[in-house]
Design a protein around this ligand. Structure first.
Ligand SMILES: [Zn+2]
Length: 472
């Protein structure tokens, strides 16, 4: 993600780089003595993740019946899962059950009513704590629903939720609206586990009940079918991916331009508001990025190519606050992005969307690698630098520390310096992409691969740089 939230949304790229320089200055001037520092937890115990996340999801199939003129969506979601080792009671993340809907800031008031809950076919009462309890985690900002039934360790289980989402009348753009910095994912639209390492195949069906013609763009395989009484779009990720990397945008066709071209051997679809003048520039940026990435890191990782919802450049205005972008978010084979940050988001197809951070706190490295790869930060981190950028956050928590964009990128630059050159580190990432795509790993595992590639052990440095705080 390239973030400029709230009033910062319009901050320019050059402004961002200026900020980088200031932070570097502060980091180098600090008084430092490693003897005063204590390491935080840097080894992630898988059992800790299993105890929090409970389930291993294989598929999430959700059918949305959308009534734009009436202002609501009816949805039916089926999650198929197994229990993680040692776990017996399933949990799921589904924000609407908590009347906690962060989309309200973007889309206006959204109210959700859960109308049915079936666990392995048994009807449960979501209001009754003996059936379903609401868990406010001690280690994560992400609340969960816990189903009060003992489930067997072997075999597949199914959870089916039916629900209705009311949205403001007149809203005609519905979309995933993920913010990975804050750790807000697609659990606002369908039940899932909001953790990067929990991969699932997603099948989303959208039935649009409207006289207006709609257009759709999103991750994976997207198909449109004509039915007698409504328009239907289906999205299939075709493989297991992290839920927060599923993108979809549903919008009246009259409002958008929509093009598809083959660029550097990759299918690139661009959907943009009619008045957006940046489409040609966006295709040029995609060409630059795809040429460079495929040369350096290997074939484009998503077989259905790249879908771009192109937002309007920051100085323009737009309806509903949607689509204004010196801002962007990367998804699996997709992005919503302004043209100014589009290359950054396309680099994330390799760092973040196919090489996957194991936990949110580990996603510092996909941002840092993206910033470094694009040459925006080249100075290696000072040996004396220390921080709790990763260790200061629990591995089950959501979001990541935005120092990733600055000091994080300098830590990647230090890896390049250690291995001898930028080219050598790019070769390392290419090798990693070939062997570890879609197999999430944490920061220490990244260093294991780096050691295997280079014979260089950076763990002691990384513990100071990312997992340290003054001893109390
Ligand atoms: Zn980013």
């Amino acid at each position: 993600m390239r973030n400029q939230k709230g009033h910062d949304m319009r901050r320019s790229w050059t402004g961002y780089l200026a900020l980088t320089v200031v932070l570097v200055g502060i980091a180098c001037d600090e008084e430092f003595d490693r003897g005063d520092l204590c390491p935080l937890d840097y080894l992630v115990d898988q059992a800790v993740l299993d105890a929090e996340f409970r389930v291993d999801i294989s598929t999430i199939a959700t059918e949305f019946n959308v009534y734009p003129e009436e202002g609501f969506v009816e949805a039916d979601a089926t999650v198929t899962f197994r229990m993680r080792p040692g776990q017996h009671r399933a949990r799921i993340h589904f924000d609407p059950a908590f009347n906690h809907n962060w989309l309200e800031g973007t889309f206006g008031e959204m109210n959700t009513t859960v109308t049915g809950t079936l666990l392995n076919g048994e009807a449960l009462d979501i209001q009754n704590p003996a059936d379903v309890s609401r868990i406010e985690s001690e280690t994560s900002l992400q609340p969960a629903l816990e189903f009060q039934r003992e489930l067997i360790a072997d075999g597949a289980h199914t959870l089916e939720l039916t629900y209705r989402i009311d949205f403001p009348l007149g809203l005609d753009v519905l979309a995933s609206w993920v913010n990975d910095i804050a750790g807000e994912g697609n659990e606002v639209w369908f039940p899932t586990i909001n953790s990067p390492q929990e991969l699932a195949r997603h099948r989303l069906t959208f039935n649009i009940h409207s006289d207006r013609e709609y257009a759709f763009i999103g991750s994976g395989l997207v198909e449109q079918s004509a039915t007698v009484d409504h328009q239907q779009f289906t999205l299939d990720t075709e493989r297991e991916i992290a839920s927060y990397t599923v993108m979809w945008v549903l919008i009246p066709r009259a409002e958008v331009q929509h093009e598809e071209r083959v660029v550097q051997g990759v299918d690139v679809r661009i959907m943009a508001f009619k008045e957006n003048p940046d489409v040609e520039e966006a295709y040029a940026a995609a060409s630059t990025a795809l040429e460079m990435l495929q040369r350096d890191l290997g074939p484009f990782p998503m077989p259905r190519g790249l879908s771009i919802f192109l937002m309007i450049s920051p100085d323009d205005t737009n309806q509903q606050g949607f689509g204004v972008g010196g801002w962007g978010m990367e998804y699996f084979g997709a992005t919503n992005s302004g043209v100014g940050v589009l290359i950054h988001e396309i680099v994330h197809m390799y760092f973040g969307c196919s090489l996957i951070a194991k936990t949110y706190r580990d996603s510092w490295w996909d941002e840092a690698a993206t910033v470094w790869y694009l040459g925006h930060v080249t100075t290696p981190i000072d040996d004396n630098y220390y921080s709790d950028m990763v260790g200061g956050q629990h591995p089950t928590d959501v979001g990541f520390n935005t120092d990733a964009y600055t000091e994080g990128a300098m830590i990647i630059a230090a890896m390049a310096e250690a291995v001898g050159s930028r080219e050598q580190l790019v070769a390392f990432f290419a090798d990693l992409h070939q062997t570890r795509a879609f197999e999430p790993f944490d920061t220490m595992e990244l260093l294991d691969y780096f050691y295997a590639f280079s014979g260089i052990d950076l763990k002691p440095d990384f513990i100071w740089w990312l997992y340290s705080e003054p001893c109390s």
